[in-house]
Design a protein around this ligand. Structure first.
Ligand SMILES: Nc1nc2c(ncn2[C@@H]2O[C@H](COP(=O)(O)OP(=O)(O)O)[C@@H](O)[C@H]2O)c(=O)[nH]1
Ligand SMILES: [Mg+2]
Length: 417
């Protein structure tokens, strides 16, 4: 139940029993320009997670969403599943959105995304104001928005500037560079540097991890240190976080705060994340079969993340809305049995090399997955509730009060006339 889960976490009263029983919900949306690789990312992430999916919990809001031939996404759709990671279960939902087209008014396209996000807050607000709340209500807030950047130039495009501003006022935005296989190492570094500069320094867009600096801090920072990765603001934020970690080194009570600061440093050092998706078999549309044995010897040495993902089917049976209230079951035996024998991996084959989606030497896909599903999960959820939902709630309640006042005034005026 949404309110209990948050109030217990926030008030620190979570009991061993409630911790065991409540399955956290994590809802992540992908947004960005058409053709940036969003839908293939959703498919790749689902493939990567499938060995951890609890049997019978995989659901799609649109049938065959992941299996149909890849084409431009026209409507929002979601895929949901219960996933077990490090012995913990979460209800994980991914929402894919139509990409922005240059020809169409960005306002109009963004409006749909913004409305979708706001509607999830509205559901909570309605529930909160009921005399008798639904004990089974679950958390549908969008906890993170993976924003696929336009990589056609080294700085933010006008569309990305505008979209990032609109989105970061209502959701935790995490920038991503898709199709990273098409970029050289130097190009990736240069894009990362350019985006960081624009987001943190030039435009000061409050994406996830941004902390507003006051003018004095800014002056101190600019005079004292050479910028790390090209951004003064980011250098300053990293500096503050690291100071906070070293200040707390001797203090056991601050372990939680320390952990959060460390995870935030890891995130900022990586952001924007570079990812690429698996290559589809042109005949089946399934991931291309790439056997680990087929890698070049030096690549076999560097392959760190063993994939237990021999292509098998993700099956859905019921509508997505049922997923979130379904009782988690035991992990699928089929997946467990295959774990040690399969040698397949998700990747792309080029004449000169095979690249692996989950190899941290090749891109940041695994870092991004771990970040969302494990290390930043709770921070993203709490932040969404404390910051974005509270903001929405305050604005809506004020708006309603003003409307009520205006209605009363009009009524009084009529009586007096
Ligand atoms: N080289 C490469 N091509 C990709 C990648 N991801 C997607 N594509 C291709 O880019 C095109 C658009 O991909 P899609 O996922 O539909 O983009 P979306 O519009 O952002 O959802 C398709 O032809 C994909 O096959 C990737 O990681 N690398
Ligand atoms: Mg798409």
């Amino acid at each position: 139940m949404l309110y209990n889960a948050y109030s217990q976490r926030l008030s620190g009263q979570q009991t061993a029993r409630s911790r065991k029983e409540s399955v956290p919900h994590l809802n992540v949306m992908v947004v960005g320009k058409a053709g940036a690789g969003k839908t293939m990312f959703v498919r790749t992430l689902c493939e990567r997670l499938k060995c951890n999916i609890i049997q019978g919990t995989f659901k799609e809001s649109k049938s065959m969403a992941l299996k149909e031939q890849l084409r431009a996404t026209e409507d929002f759709y979601s895929v949901s599943m219960y996933v077990e990671e490090n012995g913990e279960r979460i209800s994980f939902t991914l929402i894919d959105t139509p990409g922005f087209d240059d020809g169409l008014a960005i306002d109009h396209q963004l409006n749909f995304v913004a409305k979708y996000i706001d509607y999830q807050f509205e559901l909570t607000l309605i529930e909160e104001t009921k005399v008798k709340r639904d004990t089974k209500a679950f958390d549908t807030h969008i906890h993170a928005c993976l924003y696929f950047m336009d990589t056609t130039s080294n700085c933010l495009s006008d569309t990305d500037r505008y979209a990032l501003r609109v989105l970061s006022s209502r959701v935790n935005v995490i920038p991503v560079i898709g199709k990273a296989d098409t970029l050289t190492v130097t190009q990736r570094e240069s894009l990362k540097r350019g985006f960081r500069n624009d987001i943190f320094d030039a435009l000061q867009i409050p994406i996830y991890g941004y902390i507003e600096m006051n003018e004095d801090d800014e002056k101190d920072e600019k005079s004292s240190e050479a910028p790390e990765r090209g951004s003064f603001t980011m250098t300053h934020i990293l500096h503050m976080l690291r100071e906070c970690i070293s200040d707390n080194d001797d203090d056991d009570d601050d372990d939680d705060c320390d952990g959060d600061a460390r995870t935030m440093v890891d995130y900022l050092e990586q952001m924007p994340y570079t990812v690429f998706s698996y290559e589809e078999d042109p005949d089946t549309g399934r991931p291309l079969t790439i056997l680990r044995d087929s890698l070049f010897p030096q690549q076999q040495m560097s392959s760190q993340q063993q994939q237990d993902t021999e292509p098998h089917e993700l099956t859905s049976s019921e509508p997505a809305s049922d997923t979130l209230s379904a009782t988690p079951q035991q992990p699928h035996k089929k997946y467990n049995n295959k774990r040690n024998t399969s040698k397949n991996m998700l990747g792309r084959r080029y004449p000169w090399a095979v690249i692996e989606c989950c190899n941290p030497d090749h891109c940041d896909f695994e870092k991004l997955r771990t970040m969302i599903v494990t290390s930043h999960r709770d921070m993203l959820r709490i932040d969404t509730f404390e910051r974005f939902y509270e903001k929405y709630r305050t604005e809506q309640l004020l708006k309603r009060r003003v409307n009520k006042l205006m209605a009363t005034t009009t009524k009084c005026d009529k009586v007096l006339v």
